[in-house]
Design a protein around this ligand. Sequence first.
Ligand code: 2P0
Length: 328
Amino acid sequence: TAVPAVTGTATAEANPNIALIKYWGKADAAYNLPVTGSLSLTLDTAPTRTTVTLDDTLAADELVLGGVVQAARPAERVRVFLDLVRALSGRTERARVDSVNLIPTGAGLASSASAFAALAAAASAAYGLGLDDRALSRLARRGSGSASRSVFGGIVRWYPGDDASSYAEPVPADLDLAMVVAIIDAGPKTISSTVAMNRTTATSPFYPAWAESTTAQLDEMLAALDRADFTAVGELAESNSLRMHATMAGAWPPVRYQTAASIALVDAAGELRAAGVEAYATMDAGPNVKFLCRPDDADRVAAHLATVDPGARFLSARAGRGVRLLGS
Ligand code: 2P0
């Protein structure tokens, strides 16, 4: 029977998220099940836009990132993900994936979160899976753990658990948050977060304490959000980030994303607080530093940080939307 070459196409857009309580460690690597829960803020900037087009004339899936055809690891990761979508849909066509990232990839700006949230939404629509948001979050998790959170907007919690129960969901909060991102190095990561977190869980003697402390800090964070206590939210975020990087330092070979420039910027958050401006620093799997602050303080925060690191670029963000389909 004649089947048209192109049987389905969909485009989705997703934004990055920045964890205030971090995901660092897998209980199950095949399913990307986290050791602990985590909590993040979805940003209103730097989205990934991805189009998935089914084409049964293709011999293999094709990944085009920012207009450049990809081979090796990124393409393999997308193929594995599409295999999963094909298994769920009962369909066999290969697909062309065309993705545009409006932030530098691999620079610790959560680009894998926006990438796999957008891919999950576009691929599930193109292959005709009728997923609700929770199922979409579980699917995005399989691509990259943090992508489970970018399915939703605002403040989002991701549950640990098994394949059925490990999904993200929005946390209602009566707080207006801003995030100033200091981009000090847009180059590729020294070590991928997947490799780094697996090494940390396997070799850092501090790991059990990290898991216990993060579970406690997540509960404290939820309570702080519930009473709209901005100061407690900021202090918990900064503390949890420092504990994550301390835990990595205990791995062998050690994992370190902080550079001298990062440390100077983290110190600047303390300087701002001493001057009466509440800013709290958090870092992920890269040298960039993100500052949680009140929206009215964002310009002042960025201005002070620019004096500390005149070479840095700054991105100012607020709470943003979850993933959305642009057309199918
Ligand atoms: C987070 N990070 O909670 C933590 C904090 C980086 C530091 O999630 O292996 O790309 O694809 O599940 O999600 C980055 O790790 O890792 C990350 P995989 P992912 O945002």
